[in-house]
Write a protein that binds this ligand. Structure first.
Ligand SMILES: [Zn+2]
Length: 305
């Protein structure tokens, strides 16, 4: 009998679930709207998704769940979730009670990295840094197929480091919601890109419009994308000097900027303390499926079924 792993991505607007077989093929997908603001309803929705899937594939699958924020191991309570009704709640205990089995949880950015490390862009790589470039800038680290959570559960959260080697016009940098100024996120998030374009006499364009402008030959848009790539190179070089990963996988909306994969490695050589650099910068393979896939892979092949 095939052992299935169920992966669930608990998002702010929808909860998605998928059943993966041993080889990572998706056999079944289900989704329901997230009961926003309703904690008990959220737990019930997860249980409903699992029972719907198991009514088709049979009972007894392993279950992994990608969540916003993290579950603090000392207390078992959720913290830092932007789905704020989860914060301070014993989500792990309650879901395990509802499903009658152990369930594994991980931050959604970490699940993205695990998904790409197991059988995505960085398959076969020992050390992988995954980067989210979207509404926010975050990341995660997977070594040997395992997420590194960290003592404070903040591994890979490089978005609130200061932008390295700031130029005079980058200092002190834009204010960040975290209370600091000049955080990497204030330059490299989607909003950061838009704001930087406007600061350099650009129109109020969103990210896709800036990319389209650059492709059509608009010099101001082109310069904005060049600045973005050069800053990303500086920021990633700092990570490479510490972690020395085999691969860096980009995710989030801005990972679709295709110029990054050539230009960033060209720029980062100036900031990395090695005369040869074999670290690869890669686009994601699994896209929007990375949440459910990474959640499913929280159970390793030898552990599931
Ligand atoms: Zn910040």
């Amino acid at each position: 009998m095939t052992a299935f792993r169920i992966g669930i991505d608990l998002g702010g607007t929808k909860i998605e679930a998928a059943a993966l077989d041993d080889r990572g093929a998706v056999h079944l997908r289900q989704r329901v709207p997230t009961p926003v603001g309703d904690y008990a309803g959220t737990v019930a929705a997860i249980a409903t998704l699992v029972s719907r899937i198991e009514s088709e594939i049979g009972a007894g699958s392993s279950v992994g769940i990608a969540i916003p924020g993290t579950i603090v191991s000392a207390t078992g309570l959720v913290k830092n979730a932007n789905s704020v009704w989860l914060n301070g709640k014993p989500l792990g205990r309650d879901v395990e009670a509802a499903l009658g089995r152990p369930v594994r949880f991980a931050n959604d950015a970490n699940c993205f990295v695990l998904s790409e490390a197991v059988d995505g862009a960085a398959a076969g790589c020992g050390t992988v840094f995954g980067v989210i470039l979207g509404t926010g800038v975050g990341g995660g680290i997977v070594v040997g197929g395992r997420i590194i959570v960290g003592a404070n559960a903040i591994t890979g959260e490089w978005g609130h480091n200061p932008l390295p080697a700031p130029q005079p016009d980058e200092w002190p940098g834009p204010p960040c919601y975290c209370g600091r100024s000049g955080c990497i996120e204030t330059f490299l998030s989607g909003r950061g890109l838009v704001a930087d374009h406007q600061r350099h006499r650009g129109a109020a364009l969103d990210g896709p419009a800036i990319a389209a402008g650059a492709a059509a030959g608009d010099a101001v848009c082109r310069a904005t994308l060049d600045r973005y790539a050069e800053r990303l190179a500086r920021a990633l070089a700092g990570v490479i000097n510490i972690l020395d990963p085999d691969a860096i996988v980009l995710g989030g909306g801005l990972s679709s900027l295709s110029h990054l994969y050539d230009e960033v490695p060209r720029h980062w050589v100036r900031h990395i303390i090695s005369d040869t650099i074999v670290t690869r910068l890669l686009p994601p393979v699994h896209g929007d499926s990375s949440g459910v896939r990474g959640a499913a892979w929280l159970w390793r092949p030898e552990e599931a079924g």
